[in-house]
Design a binder for this molecule. Sequence first.
Ligand code: IPM
Ligand code: MG
Length: 368
Amino acid sequence: MTTRSLFLLPGDGIGPETMAEVAKLIDHMNAKEGAGFVTDQGLVGGSAYDAHGEAISDADMDKAMAADAVLFGAVGGPKWDDVPYEQRPEAGLLRLRKDMALFANLRPAICYPALADASSLKRDVIEGLDILIVRELTGGVYFGEPKEITDLGNGQKRGVDTQVYDTFEIERIAGVAFELARTRSNKVCSMEKRNVMKSGVLWNEVVTATHAAHYADVELTHMLADAGGMQLVRWPKQFDVIVTDNLFGDMLSDVAAMLTGSLGMLPSASLGAPDPATGKRKALYEPVHGSAPDIAGKGIANPIAMIASFAMCLRYSFAMIDEAVRIEAAVAKVLDDGLRTGDIMGDGARPVSTAEMGDAIVAAYAAG
Ligand code: IPM
Ligand code: MG
């Protein structure tokens, strides 16, 4: 029998309660479909800091590296506001991304028909929306050196972060965006700030050259990232795939999330390069929302982004396309049936808890 190893890192805040709903799906698929998932669980973020003084232990890093895929919940919360910078909860996530070399972050923003009224934008602007943000994830200002605060000795300090991109980093993320565009509406919009940033000038040049050399069949446009943010809320359906750097991708994907009704709806996949020998990619799947400490532990969080992240895992790590489609259909079904967690509540809908939403999705999956 095939075994498929999953390493679960629920993390902090609403991470554990949303991960518990994915665990129900995994159990169901193992029991009823012989899916052969073998899971192990570790600590990341504040919970890891509490247990061993760092945001992820070396032992858990090793398990993440060895697994077929990692499912990640969320990290952070006010409890850890005062821990040293190097050990802050987010450092665990950044180490996973960097050490696993997960350079390609896929953030699809799909507006489920039933949720078109949950968005703060007008229905006709977002109805039928299906865009994909491809965010570079292991470079740019997140990791560039120097990264420091220095004392200038005159009562002033200086904070420095470094935005840096090499040609190969831009080429490989552009390649991912173009390849994915070919499976969708065949359009890529690249976003940077070439009007003020040298890294933006290079980004623009390399994306243009990569396109001309290998992907001329794909429609390519360029936009300054600020204008791109504006266009995302003005008329998001003009986009198919957006490719952008680490920091702009962070911001633009939160904007895109709200187009879909709630940050609680957006999944993501973070992928490494295919192994030359096996073709397998290292991969981590996580909801775009954070740990939401204000609602953690109340059983009211929306588990859909976490569940949809698991669907992405099935698609990208295990080529279980039918199962992924069925999970997505199950999500659409429960939304059509009017089930809503608080973040996507609307007139006449039925308020449900995290667990009720998870149970309903498993039931719809089983029936589908
Ligand atoms: C995200 C998050 C992270 C990021 C944080 C938690 C470090 O906002 O995945 O979008 O900035 O990348
Ligand atoms: Mg973010």
